[in-house]
Design a protein. Structure first.
Lengths: 112, 118
């Protein structure tokens, strides 16, 4: 059974800092991994999807890396802004089946 | 529509009642997913449809939960004899395709329905 852990559980940083969110998963047999953002009381917004054959994916100030064999992914946020404050969730999709398995998320607060 | 829509946005019901939650996926998306999110946790998978059929319902907690997608578009999640433990946010997602390692399987989520069972 896939288990996903996200570290840290919460993070508070001043505006402008570069930061790294970590995601680890126990079963490396995955097809892809998605990173999401969730604002309070809202649904999930897909940020990046990395296929199992890829090592990195970039979108604007966001960069996600994937080390499938070691069961790890990181989300790098450059030059953080107060608008980046949200909960960030990672979710690998297994090779057998189409469901995403989510971690509990990292709650990010960027202070102005 | 432009994105996944879910209705109602909020539903308050009494223990023992029956509820229906609706999901309208992105037009043209063949795969549809239901997840449930409790406070402070990540979403948990409930069921996935490929077209009209439930391809994986392994996440449904018990037989009080049932979902349908009769025409391969809109889906309804049905909960019978609701219990206080069913209180959560129910999220729906859709993807263009399903299965396989290639593109088109990115999941897009709706805003959710917050269910409160008193």
């Amino acid at each position: 059974k896939q288990e996903v852990t996200q570290i840290p559980a919460a993070l508070s940083v001043p505006e402008g800092e570069n930061l790294v969110l970590n995601c680890s998963f126990t079963d490396s047999a995955i097809y892809n991994l998605q990173w999401f953002r969730q604002d309070p009381g809202k649904g999930l917004t897909s940020l990046l999807l990395i296929q199992s054959s890829q090592r990195e994916q970039t979108s604007g100030r966001l960069n996600a890396s994937l080390d499938k064999s070691s069961g790890r992914s990181t989300l790098y946020i450059a030059a953080s802004q107060p608008g980046d404050s949200a909960t960030y969730l990672c979710a690998p999709r297994g090779e057998y089946g189409n469901k995403l398995v989510f971690g509990a998320g990292t709650i990010l607060r960027v202070k102005s | 529509g432009a994105g996944v829509s879910q209705t109602p946005s909020n539903k308050v019901t009494e223990k023992g009642k029956y509820v229906e939650l609706r999901c309208d996926p992105i037009s043209g998306h063949t795969a549809l997913y239901w997840y449930r999110q409790s406070l402070g946790q990540g979403p948990e998978f409930l069921i996935y449809f490929q077209g009209t059929g439930a391809a994986d319902d392994s996440g449904l907690p018990n037989d009080r939960f049932f979902a349908v997608r009769p025409e391969g578009s809109v889906s309804t999640l049905k909960i019978q004899r609701t219990e206080r433990g069913d209180s959560a946010v129910y999220l729906c997602a859709s993807s263009l395709l399903a299965g396989g390692p290639r593109g088109g399987n990115e999941q897009f989520f709706g805003p959710g329905t917050r269910l409160t069972v008193l």
